[in-house]
Design a protein around this ligand. Structure first.
Ligand code: ATP
Ligand code: MG
Length: 321
């Protein structure tokens, strides 16, 4: 059984990625699970190549430093040849109307100066990620379910039209983990693609910067500390972060505070301590290119080995290769 999850280097890893996903990948993953840095997906909107390369490397270091076994990790572009080939086969099995119906395309293309064709076809690349590696389960939020459905449809269609080659993947709900909201605007989730990063704590932020960001976090006007996400979203977000770091419950934490100042100090210290070992190890990996390069190369080789037979069968069945 293989479960496949990814993180996109649209920007640096943040506390939401850590508490909501990466920490659980490291703790509760199954031995067959695979994780990758989806750098090809970051190219579907305007981006800077040097920064993409650096962010990809940083995310890989953060995943390793977070405790995910290196033999379960790879970088997507290290399989660009295999994925490019399979994407083409799948595009040839995908209807234009089917690709055009993806609702995320409509949201993400809105307001872009130039809408890249790859933004439209990216769900087909995502299908290639899933099918190339033979993933059975793909844990995704509501925004990505439609893409996993597309991967299922394409796999079935290919198998029926040309011959059995792909496992049929399923979308599964990710384990309900903390949903971290932006510290300056708790109506939004903490996100890599936020316009303004004052409300985003990055995993590799210096501890003093983490403390400053948390001290500046928005609070609610009520002057009480209660866990009430609807009535007090900002304070509730802080309580949820504190509880996630301490392994407690936000309501229990609320009982320990009557003012915002001490709450923020406690959250800042808990976050700094939570991130400290990851930051230390990631910075070590980033300062020693040889170790990280070796991890990356081994991951690429393993993923390519895993993909080779399936890709050559698919090419042969499709009448090419
Ligand atoms: P982008 O803004 O580019 O979509 P992102 O911050 O949403 O970036 P992703 O790469 O899309 O990050 O997601 C990586 C993982 O982190 C996913 O499993 C996603 O559910 C999780 N995640 C992202 N943001 C949060 C958050 N604020 N709270 C909890 N989990 C999150
Ligand atoms: Mg996202």
């Amino acid at each position: 059984m293989t479960r496949l999850s990814a993180i996109t280097p649209s920007d640096r890893a943040h506390l939401g990625n850590h508490l909501g996903a990466v920490r659980h990948w490291a703790r509760d993953g199954h031995p067959g699970d695979l994780y990758f840095v989806s750098d090809l997906h970051a190219m579907t909107v305007s981006y800077n190549p040097a920064r993409l390369r650096a962010t990809t490397r940083e995310l890989l270091a953060v995943l390793v430093a977070s405790g995910i076994a290196p033999d379960r990790l790879f970088v997507q572009s290290d399989l660009i040849r295999e994925l490019g080939a399979l994407t083409w086969l799948l595009e040839c099995a995908c209807a234009f109307g089917e690709a055009s119906r993806m609702t995320q395309f409509k949201q993400k293309s809105d307001g872009q100066a130039m809408v890249r064709l790859s933004l439209l076809t990216y769900p087909v690349l995502m299908a290639a990620d899933i099918l190339l590696l033979g993933a059975d389960e793909v844990p995704v939020g509501a925004d990505q379910r439609q893409h996993v459905e597309l991967a299922r449809d394409l796999a079935r269609r290919f198998n029926t039209t040309y011959g059995e080659v792909f496992a049929i993947p399923r979308a599964v709900m990710p384990r309900t983990a903390a949903r971290v909201r932006d510290l300056s605007d708790p109506t939004r989730k903490m996100s890599k693609s936020a316009q303004d990063s004052t409300g985003t704590v990055f995993v590799l932020d210096d501890p003093d910067l983490v403390r400053r960001k948390i001290r500046k976090a928005k609070t609610d006007a009520l002057g009480r500390v209660e866990h009430d996400p609807a009535g007090q979203p900002a304070v509730s977000n802080l309580l949820e972060i504190l509880a996630a770091c301490r392994g407690t419950d936000p309501r229990t934490e609320a009982a320990g505070f009557s003012e915002y100042g001490p709450l923020k100090e406690a959250v800042a210290e808990a976050v700094v301590e939570e991130l400290r070992p990851i930051r230390t190890r990631a910075l070590e990996l980033l300062s020693d290119p040889a170790e990280l390069d070796a991890i990356r190369k081994a991951g690429a080789d393993r993923a390519a080995d895993r993909a080779a037979h399936r890709l050559s069968s698919a090419l042969r069945l499709a009448g090419v290769g």
